[in-house]
Write a protein that binds this ligand. Structure first.
Ligand SMILES: Cc1cc2nc3c(=O)[nH]c(=O)nc-3n(C[C@H](O)[C@H](O)[C@H](O)COP(=O)(O)O)c2cc1C
Ligand SMILES: [Mn+2]
Length: 466
């Protein structure tokens, strides 16, 4: 069966499975929309979560939008995520394995429905620029503005021409301007940005909204720098992704997109970006960051706006499922650590690697590799040498601070160990069972547990010294 052609086909597939809720009541995107969806993540078991399509969206100014908004459509639950990948929930790992081992190069097509309506040059603002789209406020009362939470940024390495696709939040700043958060300098777009900065040129970029769901799945996932995410998206679909050339920048974007925003990211100036309610449940603080100047906006005449819901988990954990699988593959297969049994991640905050009777050197290697793969790591420690099995635990988040000596953490460890040792445990099942206690553990001075280029084993020795 052919893969979902675009977001519409994907939403149809969800609806057929009874997994789409259409909301026809008028909903305010600035105060109600994301909180309404968040309620289901707070209140319902994972199996009962659904995707939403808000068909009658207004904002706090009373403006009515002609475009609907879909939330939770890519990864509201494992079942929804499986539909995005067009496989069964138990086939998610195999699907990703195949996509990575059998990537398919994209093809260029001449035209695409997303360029049905184009606002460019003197006409850029004819429909209000970015104000034409119902961009929701993610955490009303706390976020400084509406943010594009599911942008798929397409950029190229200015020296090699190598392409990248990645999701980086974009604060709506004006009808022709957004912010961008490149969370750390290893992010692939940050590398492109830095090369352009050194060359003294702006970074050309295009944001794609919506499109066939494989695009979103690869956009939030970490592949090696040299990998073009569109090749992996082709691997997921079993057919090439169709790309179309942009109008104002030298880039190609998915023909299946709902909206394309073309422009350039400043490399000579920064300006304030954030606050924004972040995935660990804390506010990401304001900082001086690059911004994106819009040159062209294109969209399908009846575009559907897509938004990912993140903020405090559980949420639309679109990259948690894949991160678990990647790290498992990296440790177990690529690094050949045969004692690795399972990897569980909770929203970046906590990462647990379960190992079965490992050699001491294997624990150290696993720790080293897992921390390198997680640049935000705050604490990494082999847990419980006295337990029947060794558990490697990494607390990882820029916002959450934990003390490995506090009572809470002891409890947390026991919980985690119990969860992981339960017979139900498998790579596919592990993550969602970890409770969100990580945010409750006591804070320690940040510098104590900061990685500063030191190796993981040094770090552990310093932890051991207390
Ligand atoms: C909803 C959501 C929002 C995200 N926002 C950001 C962000 O603002 N900045 C960032 O650096 N990464 C963000 N990420 C993580 C990146 O998408 C992820 O690291 C991805 O691998 C980046 O692409 P790259 O591997 O090509 O660098 C977000 C992920 C999700 C699921
Ligand atoms: Mn990449």
């Amino acid at each position: 069966m052919a893969y979902h052609k675009d977001l519409r086909e994907h939403l149809d597939a969800l609806e057929k499975e009874g997994l789409l809720v259409r909301i026809k009541t008028q909903v305010n995107k600035d105060t109600e929309l994301h909180p309404l969806v968040r309620l289901q993540f707070r209140g319902l078991p994972e199996e009962q979560r659904k995707a939403f399509l808000f068909e009658n969206v207004v904002d706090s100014r009373g403006k009515e939008y002609k475009f609907p908004v879909t939330v939770s459509a890519s990864s509201g639950s494992r079942r929804i995520y499986a539909i995005a990948l067009k496989c069964k929930p138990e086939e998610i790992a195999a699907k990703w394995d195949k996509a990575q081992s059998h990537p398919i190069k994209p093809v260029i097509v001449e035209s695409a429905p997303v360029y049905e309506e184009v606002h460019i040059g003197d006409n850029l603002l004819e429909h209000g620029g970015l104000d034409e789209f119902p961009v929701p406020i993610s955490t009303p009362g706390f976020d400084v503005a509406p943010y594009l939470s599911s942008p798929f940024w397409v950029t190229k390495d200015p020296e090699t021409g190598m392409r990248n696709v990645g999701t980086y939040r974009a604060q709506l700043k004006s009808p022709t301007r957004t912010g961008i958060l490149m969370e750390y300098k290893e992010q692939h777009i940050a590398r492109h940005w830095d090369k352009c900065r050194q060359l003294g040129i702006p970074l050309q970029a295009a944001i794609s909204i919506g499109g066939s769901p494989n695009i979103g799945c690869v956009s939030v996932s970490k592949f090696p720098y040299e990998v073009d995410e569109f090749d992996i998206a082709g691997g997921i679909a079993g057919e090439p992704v169709e790309l179309v050339k942009c109008k104002t920048v030298d880039l190609e974007v998915p023909a299946s997109a709902e909206v394309i925003i073309e422009g350039e990211v400043s490399t000579s100036e920064l300006e304030p970006e954030a606050p924004f309610g972040e995935y660990p449940g804390y506010m990401g603080l304001r900082g001086d960051r690059p911004f994106f100047t819009v040159k062209c906006i294109a969209h399908r005449k009846d575009a559907i706006w897509q938004s990912f819901i993140s903020q405090r988990g559980p949420a639309e954990d679109i990259n948690t499922y894949t991160r678990e699988l990647f790290l498992y593959k990296l440790l177990r297969h690529d690094s050949n650590i045969s004692s690795v049994k399972a990897v569980a991640i909770q929203q970046y905050r906590l990462l647990v690697v379960q190992m079965d009777k490992p050699e001491r050197s294997e624990v150290m290697r696993a720790l080293e590799i897992a921390t390198q793969a997680n640049p935000n790591t705050k604490i990494a420690a082999p847990l419980s040498a006295t337990m029947p099995r060794q558990i490697l635990c990494i607390f990882s988040s820029p916002c959450v601070q934990v003390s490995p000596k506090s009572q809470d953490c002891h409890r947390a460890r026991r919980r985690t160990i119990n969860e992981l040792l339960s017979p139900r445990n498998s790579v596919v099942q592990a993550s969602t069972n970890i409770p969100p206690w990580a945010v409750r553990v006591k804070a320690l001075p940040r510098h104590l547990f900061r990685f500063q280029g030191s190796s993981a084993s040094q770090h552990i020795s310093s932890l051991a010294r207390g």
